[in-house]
Design a binder for this molecule. Sequence first.
Ligand code: OFO
Length: 164
Amino acid sequence: MISKKMEEALNKQLNAELFSSYLYLAMAAYLEDLNLNGMASWMRLQSQEEYEHGLKFYEYIGSVGKRVKLEALETPQFEWKNPQEAFEAALAHEKKITKNIYDLSDLAVDEKDHATRNFLNWFVDEQVEEVASVTVIVEKFKMVSDSKNSLYLLDKELGKRGQK
Ligand code: OFO
């Protein structure tokens, strides 16, 4: 049995996942405008993943007999100082989302809502992976600093995401 409080918290996280998708799409557009098409493609894939995360919440809320309530999405940031700053912002965002997921898990434990806690476990694991993958990219940016050649190579490398 899902409480009203949990229903609202799950809907809030659904909104946060859809906002993540929106934010990464905004970052993709920013990177595309700089002709960094590999990085832009990485961000577009990330945006799609976040949409899928949103759908997982959508489906779960429905599966426990509750109602999905969609709210307006915040306007995402439009400009970053440079690509590194955009990826750093993505990392900070993922850390914030991890905290959201932990708070939701805590609520599920407090409410003895084992079904929701079990559902959230997938997200706990996913957040470890997301923070780790963006951390690696941020660290690579730090290594290359202002070198244009290295930026070109990093763009190429990130463009390989999703390719077989
Ligand atoms: Fe949905 O994992 Fe990122 O935000």
